[in-house]
Ligand binder design. Structure first.
Ligand code: PRX
Length: 575
């Protein structure tokens, strides 16, 4: 796959719709959201109670369906009541404003109610992808000193297996179970399902724009995953971009396929759309092109936000029937490079192009995008959204590059409302993300003479598989726990569907011989301990790993081999 600037000659696709007059001016955004500058408000209440107070309590907020065909729907008033029940329950358990409450839950309705309830209480939501296994869970709960974990029966054993090593963890809250129909609970475990809870009123915590709201763990090259801290005021950016980039209005039915364990699933799977007051359709089911098209048709989805891996999977499946997608009017993509072929395929087969959007856990909201009305250059991420100052910086001097097409570091000039406020307990790493006036994304790209940005690749060793970031250090740590592994290096390898997958280079302990069975055993070991995403799709057993003279493994060399790229300067390598 070629994500480079070479595709810029592809004819521009003009998206339907107009740019419209959306303001990014903070004063205008505050007044649209009823926030007084310098005053107090609460993000949880803003997303549901506010609509009720404005007479929209009976408007549909959530249409939910799962893989068994079970369907439920909830109005904004339901959101208000069920989130009150959660806030009340957490307060009753002694959870205090500022405490971290982890959501380790599949996409069941209580995930959404609990998220809003945590915010109403003034506590900090820590969403974690429910497919994480015990090792990945433990590291993140330990780092955050998490006070309570909300989970479902499917994931309870994983939580139980790490609990004894987490002294700060006071409560495990089992949800999505009917009372009386759950496993026997041990001390410190309780059951809470909002639809079964008695109605209560709850006075939301008086937060301000700088009050912590969310802690989203993300992976870097070195060390453990870092918790990016977000605040209640981030809604200003999310609201502006949901209106302008996703083109969402209160009468839309919107489907974001991202799981709230990742930032897209919170910024644009909870906060943005409910700040606008739109109806969200949520499908708790695995991928199936046919079922996805049927879901869009059944709920008359108008705006669709997904990721390139899903689009590539749709491209491989039979096309939709002509009547299935008639309701759709706008489609966006995020998380990994959107290859030009996917944009052109969508235009031909789905009737409209995907609009790429670029941002990160740290930026909290979309920074660069193809907004409706801007002609799309397939392969380009589009242009910085209004109010965002983007630049391509020289990799040595960190000065903006004025030459169109020259590759450098993608950077943004802070602040903006949804900017992360730090990495939890990792101030030095946070500081290392800033040089001069700029925040460094860790990505490389270029800007053309028309002001369009082009993604080239990451500037670090993080692996982006199916739009999910995997830290090589975490994979290597898991590999080292396997009895046959002496040393390892995890790097990205190109993949036609997932964009990238994990590949591991392994030096075996002397008493072990490489075999296909051992490869499978090691792959499964990572899947069971860390996560299915982090599982190496390929393993090479090697005699030794390339290292610098100081003994650091040079992943960049192994990665370059996988991608067929020049390996660069190897002068500091061991010989
Ligand atoms: O490398 C970029 C890639 O995903 C990274 C951010 O990942 P995360 O923090 O998990 O947030 C994902 C959802 C916002 C970026 O540093 N990325 C994101 N969007 C794009 C992208 N790469 C290419 N094109 C994009 N549109």
């Amino acid at each position: 796959m070629n994500y480079s600037n070479d595709s810029r000659d592809v004819a521009a696709v003009t998206s339907p719709g107009s740019i419209g007059s959306h303001s990014y001016e903070p004063g205008a955004l505050r007044s649209a959201l009823d926030i007084k500058q310098g005053g107090t408000f609460n993000l949880g209440a803003l997303l549901c109670d506010r609509h009720c107070a404005q007479g929209r309590g009976e408007h549909m907020a959530l249409i939910w369906e799962n893989h068994t065909g079970l369907r439920k729907s909830f109005t904004f008033d339901d959101l208000r009541r069920h989130s009150n029940a959660w806030a009340h329950k957490l307060a009753e358990l002694g959870v205090k404003p500022g405490d971290r409450v982890c959501l380790f839950v599949d996409r069941v309705p209580d995930l959404y109610f609990a998220f809003l309830g945590i915010l109403k209480l003034g506590a900090v939501a820590q969403p974690l992808f429910s497919q994480f296994m015990a090792d990945a869970l433990e590291v993140r709960l330990a780092d955050a000193d998490t006070r309570a974990v909300i989970t479902t029966g499917r994931h309870l054993e994983k939580v139980r297996s790490v609990r004894a090593r987490l002294p700060a963890l006071a409560w495990v809250i089992l949800t999505d179970v009917k009372s009386g129909a759950h496993p026997t609970l041990v001390e410190g475990e309780v059951v809470m399902t909002a639809e079964e809870a008695p109605p209560v009123e709850f006075t939301p915590f008086p937060a301000n724009e700088d009050t912590p709201s969310l802690l989203h763990y993300t992976s870097g090259t070195t060390g453990r995953p870092k918790g990016a801290q977000h605040v209640h005021g981030s809604v200003l950016s999310q609201y502006a971009t949901t209106r302008h980039v996703l083109d969402l209005r209160p009468d839309d039915v919107y489907w974001c396929t991202a799981d709230p364990g990742w930032v897209t699933g919170t910024s644009y799977g909870i906060i943005g759309p409910w700040a606008v007051g739109a109806t969200q359709a949520i499908f708790e089911a695995g991928f199936s092109a046919q079922r996805w098209y049927e879901f869009i048709a059944r709920h008359r989805v108008t705006v669709f936000y997904t990721a390139p891996t899903a689009i590539r999977m749709l491209m491989k499946a039979p096309p939709p029937t002509p009547d299935q997608l008639v309701s759709l009017r706008h489609m966006c993509s995020v998380g990994e490079p959107l290859n030009p072929a996917a944009v052109l395929w969508a235009e031909r087969v789905m009737g409209r192009p995907f609009h790429d959007t670029y941002w990160q856990t740290e930026t909290g909201a979309i920074m660069i995008s193809n907004v409706p009305g801007l002609p799309i250059k397939p392969g380009s991420m589009g242009k910085p959204v209004p109010s965002i100052a983007a630049a391509i910086l020289d990799q040595q001097t960190f000065q903006p590059i004025a030459v169109p097409g020259k590759v450098g570091l993608i950077a943004f000039r802070p602040p903006w409302p949804s900017m992360f406020r730090g990495y939890f307990k990792a101030e030095k790493t946070y500081q290392s993300k800033f040089v001069g006036d700029y925040y460094l994304t860790g990505d490389r790209g270029s800007v053309d003479r028309d002001g369009y940005y082009w993604f080239v690749g990451r500037d670090d060793d993080v692996i982006n598989t199916a739009g999910h970031l995997v830290g090589p250090f975490e994979v290597e740590s898991a590999l080292l726990r396997h009895p046959a592994v002496a040393e390892s290096a995890a790097v990205s390898k190109p993949d036609p569907t997932y964009g990238e997958v994990v590949k591991a280079f392994i030096v075996l302990r002397p008493e072990h011989a490489g075999s296909d069975e051992l490869k499978l055993d090691i792959m499964n070991f990572v899947r069971k301990h860390l996560s299915p995403l982090a599982m190496p799709h390929a393993i090479d057993f090697v005699e030794k790993l390339p290292k610098t003279r100081s003994g650091k493994i040079v992943r960049r060399m192994l990665r370059a081999q996988e991608w067929g790229e020049p390996v660069g300067d190897l002068s500091s390598l061991d010989d």
